[in-house]
Design a protein around this ligand. Structure first.
Ligand code: ZN
Length: 441
């Protein structure tokens, strides 16, 4: 059986146009669903993911205390519209689920345009786009619409109708667990709570689903936990129910905004130089692609909860454009045209590459540390693994042997030697087989 890390490498090279197209098609399937932090749309999304990968769905009842928060009432909406003075519908939830403010309370009344304006949201700077707005923790109702449409509203009496419910129910999240040889875990999470928005929300959902689907066939070193949760409150609920297992998490990534044309952005973990940070930087630097690295900040997505001081999990985040860097963010323009198959595939390939590095990275102890060991008498001068060149094989072995001091890991050696992790890993395996190295983990 081939060594698992090489299989991951093969999968990464396969993550080309077809994978990107399939990810995009999956997003198109999920796009029309009206998701929120609870409710039928969220469950329908988790069920669709569950058709592709093994998934365990958890429900956290309304009113449950999760650290400093309380699980809110469950929100569901069936119909929402605004009729103008002439009786025509001027805004209709059927046309776009972004038209209704998420968690809007039910309403059916008539009111003047002036009073209606207090419940309307639009973007003067982008008059054709519908904004995405929520009101999870304040009882409110409202509509979002294109500014051009809002400006055309005539004076008069309007009728508003939102057929929604806010009732005791539950908040849903889901996990896919792929057991590895070790019970040490790699956590990959995404948020699943936005309605029809693509880069922010569905691109991460597609990436994590496909990542799990590709990895599930492989013999893996780590156990993988893929988490699909409503942003914010969902990760807090998951943390509160899994405190006892958190110490198993060795590395983590939050997948968001991975389908737009922007260059890759890696946000460091709060620990700043955790293994996942070093692995991500190694992959991005070796890719030769434009990228940027930003420091941790307690703003953004669920990394802020995973990295809260009681947990301080080593969780970074790899995105393309971050949410503050693209105008389409939280608007109807963050749609299926804004995310492209080639960028989804490229992001997936980078996630697979980071995972490959983490799977391969180890510390070793030389069992012949006094002077350079004699490789020739052990038959180690033959080319091996990906290194067909005898000299390159030897160089890789010498680098590893010299840094096999129990302190440096293969990522350190890769950075110093500028050799590929996969080649160093192959060399280390050969050295272990010949009794020159001991694996420390
Ligand atoms: Zn968002």
């Amino acid at each position: 059986m081939p060594d698992p890390p090489d299989l991951i490498h093969d999968l990464a090279s396969l993550a080309g146009a077809n994978v990107g197209r399939d990810m995009h098609a999956f997003m198109a399937e999920l796009y029309p669903i009206c998701r929120s932090i609870s409710g039928a749309g969220l469950r329908e999304t988790l069920n669709a993911i569950g058709e592709r990968i093994p998934l365990e769905i958890s429900e956290v009842p309304t009113g449950t205390e999760v650290f400093d928060w309380t699980i809110p009432r469950e929100w569901n909406v069936r119909e929402a519209w605004v009729r103008g003075p002439d009786g025509e519908k001027v805004v209709d939830f059927c046309d776009s689920n972004l038209h209704v403010v998420s968690y809007s309370t039910p309403v059916h009344r008539k009111l003047s345009l002036e009073d209606l304006q207090e419940h309307l949201f639009s973007l003067p700077e982008h008059p054709e786009w519908i904004p995405y707005r929520t009101s999870y923790y304040r009882e409110f109702w409202g509509f979002c619409l294109a500014h051009r449409q809002r400006e055309a509203l005539a004076a008069g009496t309007y009728e508003v109708f939102i057929d929604s419910t806010l009732e005791d129910g539950s908040l849903s999240y889901a996990e896919c667990v792929l057991p590895g040889r070790s019970d040490e875990e790699i956590l990959v999470s995404c948020h699943t709570c936005h309605p029809s928005t693509c880069n922010d929300n569905l691109s991460g959902v597609a990436l994590v689903t496909f990542l799990a689907s590709l990895l599930r066939e492989l013999p893996l070193r780590y156990t993988y936990r893929f988490l699909f949760n409503p942003g914010g409150i969902g990760s807090i609920a998951w943390l509160s129910r899994n405190e006892e297992r958190l110490e198993r998490i060795r590395h983590g990534l939050v997948a968001v905004c991975v389908g737009d044309p922007g260059s890759l952005t890696y946000k460091r973990s709060r620990r700043e130089n955790a293994d996942v940070d070093r692995a991500a930087l190694h992959v991005l630097e070796r890719s030769g692609a434009d990228h940027q690295v930003i420091d941790f900040s307690p703003y953004g997505y669920d990394e802020r909860n995973f990295s809260s001081p009681a947990f301080d999990l080593p969780v970074g985040s790899l995105s393309r454009s971050t949410h503050t860097r693209y105008a389409e963010y939280h608007t109807s323009a963050d749609d299926l045209d804004f995310v492209r198959p080639e960028f989804l595939a490229d992001s997936l390939e980078k996630y697979l590459s980071i995972i490959e590095v983490l799977e391969q990275n180890r510390r070793y102890l030389s069992l012949s540390p006094k002077g350079e060991p004699q490789l020739g008498k052990r038959g180690l001068y033959a080319p091996m693994g990906g290194l067909q060149d005898r000299f390159a094989s030897e160089v890789a072995m010498l680098w590893i042997l010299n840094y096999a001091d129990g302190h440096h890991d293969l990522l350190d050696v890769a950075r110093k030697s500028r050799l590929e992790m996969a080649d160093l890993h192959s060399a280390a395996v050969a050295l272990c087989e010949h009794g020159l190295l001991e694996e420390l983990g």
